[in-house]
Design a protein around this ligand. Structure first.
Ligand SMILES: Cc1ncc(C[n+]2csc(CCOP(=O)(O)OP(=O)(O)O)c2C)c(N)n1
Ligand SMILES: [Mg+2]
Length: 578
């Protein structure tokens, strides 16, 4: 029978299927970690920086669909969680954060380590409450968990350290809190309005996002009825791309031309479970139908003619009988034909490169894709690794891709991999890391060894914050502040107890990757990668062309003309195939 507040909390988590808690202990959290120790069924998943705990919980929740938990001690301990929690909250995955607080009687006195977590976590959570008296438990915890699960996001329970150790209310009993999945579909009138628009259109395009998870059949059936090309937002890649004859790839800043075209040439757009944020990539002046479980999210990127509030699965099932199947296939054929050509051009770029020069990142990503397990989980750092993951990793319905797709934080790949691997120890987990991203949370290499997590890391070591350099080029800014003078990452990995290897030449890549993937434990492969690889967006604006011209001119004038030669040499093969 649970007697303290901490014991009631542990019992509630246990009853709800929680298997582990990521975090770092500390004075104010000791009552909670001690209750975990005494119970012994929920693992304490140690990390070296609380930010990693937030990211790891986000990845676990993304992968399993269940609630994941992290914890931090008072003040700086839980403040460090925040960036990882922003990531989880913006990806709308259920995460519970237990934020310990300074003693109740000191709140407001400027006490040692004092912060106000309800204010600090307010912006990255769907629920955030302070437990002031034991009688609030377990109700506050249950409400927090339900909010995280049903609203999709982060719930924070703030507990002053001494409260963990106080007696729980006599009638405190723990009930399991699990997600329930409602059937959610729009009313008949809205469905009829959507069908009216779609039946009158002749070139329908579908933009599909993460909301299509679990609705692959419905997506394909809709595309078939409408003879519509399907492009995806990045976060929808693993739910949309596979077994999909209607696939035309991705659009957006890191997408490619065929996805952009499919939107440019449509006469009606269906947005399915996506909050794709880049307005210039969305078509203007065509009717838009948007399907989302969160009605408040509809219409915030583009004017929507018919809002459909419901899950993709239930909404498409209800909509399909109202549609007249289209027989005209011209739009679909043109767009899939364009995609095949764009795909061929991208595959052509995935070549090793000239002897002695750094490897092309496209080749590295395509090699990872080829050698990875059919059920691998990939994580990709914000920066150019996201571009190469988007373009060269093939999804198959079993593989998963996890990233900081909505929050866009650097250094996500390694801690996301920690969460994925902890949740599913038998699965191959591969982190595509930037050299900047890896260095930012480098200490988490030690977590891999200590927690025996056999994550495989591939470092796209281009000696720079390369994505930022691309942004500078597009904006006409001379490269500045982006150089990275890196240490020997493979040596650091070995010193931390991992398998570590460095790849300088293309013909070493495949064997080294294979050895690392087969290694029975964590491994890091550090690959010398071209710094000046240009990753062209699907639509070059006049401003970007002007920006590049200005960048080139200013670079020569600043005396750094050799950088332009490197840009040219690295990208010559892109010109060959235009
Ligand atoms: C925490 C954080 N800081 C800064 C940025 C801005 N930013 C986006 S990508 C990037 C560079 C990433 O460098 P690296 O990890 O080496 O990857 P690369 O683009 O070089 O492949 C930066 C600084 C960010 N997104 N997140
Ligand atoms: Mg880099």
């Amino acid at each position: 029978m649970a007697t303290t507040v901490a014991e009631v909390m542990v019992a509630t988590l246990k009853a709800s299927g929680v298997r582990r808690v990521y975090g770092i202990p500390g004075d104010s959290l000791n009552g909670f970690t001690d209750a975990l120790r005494r119970d012994g069924t929920i693992a304490w998943q140690h990390v070296r920086h609380e930010e990693a705990a937030g990211f790891a919980a986000a990845a676990e929740a993304t992968l399993t669909g269940e609630m994941a938990v992290c914890a931090g001690s008072c003040g700086p301990g839980n403040l460090h969680l925040i960036n990882g929690l922003f990531d989880a909250n913006r990806s709308r995955v259920p995460v519970l954060a237990i934020a310990a607080q300074i003693p109740r009687e000191e709140i407001g006195s400027g006490y040692f380590q004092e912060t106000h977590p309800q204010q600090l976590f307010g912006e990255c959570s769907v629920y955030c409450e302070l437990v002031s008296v034991p009688a609030q438990l377990p109700r506050v915890l249950e409400m927090a968990m339900r909010a995280a699960l049903q609203r999709g996001g982060v719930a924070v329970v703030v507990v002053p350290g001494e409260v963990f150790l106080e007696d729980a209310p006599h009638d405190a009993s723990s009930v399991p809190i699990r997600a329930v999945t409602p059937v959610m579909r729009p009313d008949e009138q809205s469905l009829a309005a959507a069908a009216h628009v779609l039946n009158a259109a002749s070139r329908v395009t579908i933009l599909a996002g993460a909301g299509c998870a679990g609705a692959h059949d419905q997506l394909i059936n809709l595309a078939s009825a409408l003879q519509a090309p399907v492009l995806h937002a990045f976060r929808g890649k693993d739910a949309v791309e596979y077994d999909n004859p209607y696939d035309v790839g991705m659009t957006g800043l890191i997408g490619f031309s065929s996805g952009y075209r499919a939107m440019e040439h449509c006469d009606a757009l269906v947005m399915l479970g996506t909050d794709f944020p880049y307005r210039p990539f969305l078509p203007q002046d065509v009717p838009v139908i948007q399907v989302d479980v969160r009605g408040e999210q509809i219409g915030r990127r583009v004017q929507v003619q018919v809002p459909l509030v419901g899950t993709v699965r239930d909404t498409v099932d209800a909509l399909l009988p109202l549609l007249t199947p289209k027989t005209e296939t011209g739009h679909l054929r043109r767009m899939t034909g364009h995609y095949r050509r764009a795909r061929a051009r991208m595959d052509h770029l995935a070549r090793p490169g000239r002897d002695g020069s750094p490897l092309h990142p496209q080749y590295i990503a395509a090699s990872i894709d080829r050698l990875a397990a059919t059920d691998a989980v990939f994580t990709a750092d914000v920066g150019t690794p996201c571009i190469w993951a988007a373009r060269y990793l093939h999804m198959n319905g079993t593989r998963r891709l996890i990233g900081s797709f909505s929050h866009g934080s650097m250094a996500n790949a390694l801690p996301h991999a920690i969460g994925a691997q902890a949740a599913q120890p038998g699965r191959q987990v591969i982190a595509l890391s930037g050299d900047g991203g890896l260095a930012m949370l480098l200490g988490e290499l030690i977590t891999l060894r200590q927690q025996q997590l056999p994550v495989k890391i591939v470092v796209f070591n281009n000696g720079a914050l390369s994505f930022v350099e691309l942004e500078m080029k597009a904006a006409g800014i001379v490269t500045y502040g982006t150089e990275l003078d890196n240490p020997d990452f493979a040596g650091i990995a070995r010193a931390a107890g991992l398998f570590g290897a460095r790849v300088d030449k293309a013909d070493e890549l495949e064997d080294t990757l294979q050895t690392a993937l087969a290694h029975d434990g964590p491994a890091l492969v550090d690959v010398r990668t071209a710094r000046q690889e240009l990753a062209l967006p699907p639509k070059l604006s006049y401003g970007q062309i002007k920006g590049f011209t200005l960048y080139a001119t200013r670079t020569v004038l600043s005396g750094a003309g050799s950088e332009l030669l490197e840009v040219t040499e690295t990208n010559l093969r892109q010109l060959e195939i235009e």
